[in-house]
Design a protein around this ligand. Structure first.
Ligand code: ADP
Ligand SMILES: O=C(O)C[C@@H](O)[C@H](O)C(=O)COP(=O)(O)O
Length: 336
């Protein structure tokens, strides 16, 4: 049963809108940032990582975003072009804004954190005038990401993109991607996230992210089913609630619930799990697979990425994921 009907005959499969940044991942792992001297530079930003992951799986992808008018901005656009992502709707900031930087600290596989430099960032300068109705009309799906809602004019640009997507039946995915430091007021995220989530077809987030959205409405005990049903009362058809190393649950509007298990791996760092999971899960749905199979693909992709140093560069191909799943099954059979 297909819970999501993707429109046929569109030029593009998938467009993401929002953050295009740089990840600077610590080379010297297992130590605090204060003692870290060298970093490797990768393209980053949650929606960028998801688009790169989708493109690596063969999804015809594009991006709506804004980059800084400097070497960093050009590095990002070139990387996306080299990875078969359409960049025609990425505009260049002319106000002197900079590229957001995410320095990652890998103290241990369990203790990872991100230090963000995000003052006057170009991605949040994306404005409604940068969003093309024609471009969104040409795509089967659109992915929005919560951080782009944290400031104007990026917030309005995303809401306009949502309007265009709904007008043209482009399926909307919402990866909640809640980063508290992006928000000036603690009351704002729940308000804007909810206004956006009301319009989306598939909502993907961690339990903590959904808790943030429910901070005013309450959901005693943070019950996943209660959370999912809230969004089924709006436009959602699938709600995915992730629980880190405890796996994930997908709820459908038709009343089904599926558990996604994890693939054990040698974890190098935990960030990148959500983005790789989302890209492979979306890929699966776009192939018309069952939700369970799409979740398995998502979990396997996450497992591969968290065992590697980067997020974007580590996004696996279909063949790598298939091989990884087959290898994990074999291991299960031989373990006593
Ligand atoms: N330690 C882990 N080992 C294996 N898989 C993991 C681990 N942590 C997360 N995952 C996989 O990545 C998915 C998303 O992870 P999660 O931490 O919930 O999201 P996010 O990165 O957005 O916070 C999980 O549902 C699971 O499949
Ligand atoms: O989103 C960012 O700005 C940083 C990402 O590029 C980063 O690597 C990361 O945190 C990935 O997030 P996750 O997949 O939600 O763990």
């Amino acid at each position: 049963m297909n819970h999501i009907q993707f429109p046929a005959d569109r030029k593009m499969d998938f467009i993401a809108i929002g953050r295009l940044c740089i990840d600077l991942n610590a080379n010297e792992i297992n130590r605090p940032m204060e003692e870290t001297r060298t970093f490797t530079k990768y393209v980053g930003g949650s929606p960028a990582n998801i688009a790169i992951g989708a493109a690596r799986l063969g999804v015809k992808s594009g991006f709506i975003g804004k980059v800084s008018n400097d070497q960093m901005g050009r590095f990002i656009t070139q990387y996306l072009t080299d990875h078969q992502i359409d960049t025609t709707n990425i505009s260049v900031d002319r106000t002197g804004a900079v590229t957001g930087l995410a320095f990652t600290e890998i103290k241990s596989p369990e203790e990872c954190s991100i230090l963000m430099y995000r003052d006057n960032v170009a991605d949040l300068k994306l404005a409604p005038g940068d969003v093309s109705e024609e471009y969104i009309k040409q795509s089967k799906a659109l992915l929005i990401s919560g951080t782009a809602l944290s400031a104007s004019p990026s917030r309005e640009a995303v809401f306009l993109a949502l309007e265009y997507a709904r007008k043209h039946s482009t399926v909307v995915f919402f990866d909640l991607d809640y980063r508290p430091y992006s928000w000036a007021y603690t009351t704002d995220p729940a308000i804007y996230y909810s206004l956006a989530a009301e319009k989306c077809d598939v909502i993907i987030g961690t339990r903590e992210e959904f808790d943030m959205m429910e901070q005013f409405t309450g959901n005693p005990g943070s019950n996943d089913e209660v959370t999912a049903n809230k969004w089924f009362g709006c436009n959602a058809k699938i709600v995915v609630i992730k629980h880190g190393s405890n796996g994930s649950f997908a709820y459908t509007k038709t009343g089904q619930v599926f558990k996604g298990s994890i693939f054990k791996t040698k974890v190098l760092k935990t960030f990148g799990a959500g983005d790789s999971y989302a890209s492979a899960f979306i890929y699966g749905l776009m192939q018309g697979w069952s939700i369970v199979r799409a979740m398995e693909f998502g979990s396997a992709s996450a497992s591969i990425v968290i065992s590697k140093h980067s997020c974007s560069d580590a996004m696996p191909t279909v063949e790598e994921i298939v091989e990884f799943i087959a290898g994990s099954r074999k291991e299960e059979q031989i373990s006593p």
